[in-house]
Design a protein around this ligand. Structure first.
Ligand SMILES: Nc1ncnc2c1ncn2[C@@H]1O[C@H](COP(=O)(O)OP(=O)(O)O)[C@@H](O)[C@H]1O
Ligand SMILES: [Mg+2]
Length: 296
């Protein structure tokens, strides 16, 4: 396996068919990612972040260009690329344990014995501090707990690449801080490559090796890439007073609110996006960012 250029997006374009003709969501998206790198994607709602992630996941095909993972083109989903969506996607009739087991069987059937699989499932539930709820079903646990189970299921598949689409977006600030810390620990111990979408600037700076900032669509692309050169392990409390941390943070804010200011924010037409772009989720706004918890 080559360590250099482990994952590469090369000149990716994607056109979605719409009633009024093809809609170009992404244009010329190129990015090289090293093994073990933690990348966050940030950009205004509807710019194409999920589309990028879905192309890497193999759920969408690029119209032009493509994705290479370890020297092979990505053409479909694969167990070496696990995806965590914002809404956990657990099966409601299965317990916490069984939901994780589902992923484990997919990858390790015939490779691990039943006892090994059981130990492995239990180990991954422990990683996200969910062992106590192993027999509970999704409707018996909180949103944060469900999200943790979704993460455990993804991790238990030992994916080389972990793809996360706003995984903590729906969670309260304390749970979010707790999961960010767990994710940093897990990433430090497993060394897998992570691509995570977030709309939280603090989360991006805290977690990333590089923050990839996307321009507004249509024909969105990578506007800037910010290297976060803060030593690990990272401590949210210590970083709150770190000048470098605040410098990175303001860099991202400037990108979003000056260089990629949206038409509606400057009082111009708000019609630049494609039909059906409306994203009801909370968007990046300075007033929301100011509320992020420091310390948990
Ligand atoms: N299947 C699709 N068909 C048509 N347009 C789509 C489709 N998926 C996404 N889009 C459009 O592509 C753009 C990027 O969407 P998305 O990647 O979901 O943005 P983000 O995740 O950054 O909010 C949006 O304008 C969206 O409406
Ligand atoms: Mg999205």
């Amino acid at each position: 396996m080559n360590d250099k250029c482990h994952l590469e997006l090369t000149h990716v374009n994607i056109d979605f068919p719409t009633d009024t003709g093809p809609f170009r969501a992404l244009e010329d998206v190129s990015l090289k990612i090293d093994k073990g790198e933690f990348i966050t994607l940030i950009g205004h709602s509807g710019c194409g972040k999920s589309t990028v992630l879905n192309i890497v996941a193999g759920l969408h095909r690029a119209t032009a260009g493509g994705v290479i993972l370890n020297g092979r083109e990505v053409v479909e989903p694969g167990p070496e690329r696990a995806v965590v969506f914002q809404n956990h996607s657990l099966l409601p009739w299965l317990s916490t344990y069984e939901n994780v087991e589902l992923g484990v069987k997919q990858v390790f059937k015939g490779k691990k014995s039943r006892a090994e699989m059981r130990d492995w499932i239990e180990h991954n539930l422990e990683l996200v501090h969910m062992s106590h709820a192993r027999d509970k079903r999704p409707d018996e646990i909180s949103g944060g707990m469900k999200q943790r189970v979704g993460i455990a299921r993804a991790l238990a598949m030992q994916p080389e690449v972990l793809l996360m689409d706003e995984p903590f977006g729906a969670l309260d600030a304390l749970t979010r801080a707790h999961l960010q810390d767990s994710l940093m620990e897990i990433h430090a111990s497993l060394g897998n490559t992570v691509i995570m979408i977030t709309h939280d600037v603090d989360e991006a700076v805290l977690l990333s090796d590089r923050i990839v900032m996307m321009t507004n669509g249509p024909a969105a692309t990578i506007g800037e890439v910010l290297h976060i050169q803060l030593e690990r392990p990272r401590e949210r409390l210590a970083l709150a007073d770190d000048a470098r941390y605040n410098h990175y943070r303001s860099n991202v804010l400037k990108f979003l609110y000056e260089r990629q200011k949206r038409p509606e924010e400057s009082g111009e037409a708000d019609d630049a996006a494609a039909p059906g772009t409306d994203d009801p989720r909370e968007d990046v706004k300075p007033e929301n960012i100011a509320l992020r918890v420091v310390g948990s």
